[in-house]
Design a protein around this ligand. Structure first.
Ligand SMILES: Cc1cc2nc3c(=O)[nH]c(=O)nc-3n(C[C@H](O)[C@H](O)[C@H](O)COP(=O)(O)OP(=O)(O)OC[C@H]3O[C@@H](n4cnc5c(N)ncnc54)[C@H](O)[C@@H]3O)c2cc1C
Length: 286
């Protein structure tokens, strides 16, 4: 077995319950015995979620093919194969191979668009009810490459910059960080009622921004205006690709932050579905 095969596995699961966290965010709790072996590394642990197409009872995903699954999945017509999207584990219970609790994971969906403008994952989540079947491709070991938040031991403080799609990751990061870590975080959401209670012990300075409909992101102006503490930062940035690039550029070029100390990830790109981003990456893997 390759290292990759040992690091990740497929986990069939079903919806246990859903809960509205705010106008934009919907928490979907997945359960199923397979999830007992799901080994979230916490922080910004991401995974691939496979969803059925409208009218299907379960995702059409040939995961029994083992390592050949991707080619087999791609060979199925686009409107018949499972929808594949990236999400973050907000919380896990009864997992890691132990515990009497039923195994469950929470995933917070940022709903966007309406009707034909909504992506398939948003449409699925808005209507999913208990029993709806999905498959997760996720970690079989807690130390896996789908955790990006890895601050070096000598960082003096942590910067977090996120939009609503990366809010679940920020929650996981704040829960994971040792008490007393100096953190400056900016989180932008589309509605004031999306603001959540996140763990913010001493040392964590959390700023919420609310983006008016159609307005550009306020993250860069907020960061530009901020006075940062002395010392070496470790920055973690995630959200819309264009905004993420600008934030990274500001830190590296204008603030002189060491580029190796900036972890950044475009979680979505305006005007492009995740399928399109995957096809682009497939065509040009550099
Ligand atoms: C590592 C990683 C972790 C992620 N974790 C989460 C998470 O925990 N929760 C979460 O909600 N999202 C998360 N995302 C983002 C999520 O995968 C994308 O938003 C995804 O595009 C949603 O799929 P969709 O089917 O709804 O829309 P798609 O079919 O992919 O896109 C349809 C259209 O909607 C636009 N669009 C996509 N997302 C948004 C958005 N948020 N706001 C406005 N327009 C949008 C696209 O530009 C496109 O034009 C994560 C992404 C990555 C890479």
């Amino acid at each position: 077995m390759s290292d990759l095969a040992q690091e990740y596995d497929f986990f069939p699961a079903h919806v246990v319950r859903t809960r509205r966290l705010g106008p934009t965010l919907l928490r979907v709790t997945f359960g199923g015995e397979a999830l007992r072996a799901f080994a979230s590394g916490g922080r910004d642990q991401s995974f691939s979620l496979f969803l059925p197409q409208p009218g299907q009872d379960e995702p059409n995903l040939p995961y029994a093919e083992g390592e050949g699954w991707f080619a087999a999945w791609r060979a199925i017509p686009a409107d018949e194969r499972a929808v594949m999207r990236s999400y973050t584990i907000r919380a896990q219970r009864g997992g890691g191979g132990s515990g009497a609790e039923p195994p469950e994971v929470d995933v917070d969906f940022a709903l966007h668009g309406v009707g034909a403008d909504a992506g398939p994952a948003t449409t699925w989540a808005s209507t999913a009810g208990p029993g709806a079947r999905v498959v997760l491709l996720g970690p079989a070991v807690a130390d896996n490459r789908s955790v990006s938040f890895r601050p070096p031991a000598d960082a003096d403080f942590v910067l977090l910059l996120a939009d609503e799609t990366a809010l679940p990751a920020v929650g996981g990061i704040l829960e994971w960080l040792p008490a007393g870590t100096r953190v400056l975080a900016w989180i932008e959401v589309p509605d004031a009622a999306d603001v959540q209670d996140l763990p913010a012990p001493d040392g964590v300075d959390l700023t919420w921004l609310v983006r008016a409909p159609g307005a550009p992101s306020g993250l860069l102006p907020a960061l530009r205006a901020a006075e940062l503490p002395d010392g070496a930062p470790y920055a973690w940035i995630a959200g819309e690709s264009g905004t993420v690039k600008e934030l990274r550029r500001h830190l590296v070029r204008e603030r002189g932050v060491d580029r190796r100390a900036v972890a950044f990830s475009g979680y979505w790109r305006r005007g492009a579905s995740e399928d399109r981003l995957r096809e682009e990456a497939y065509a040009d893997p550099s």
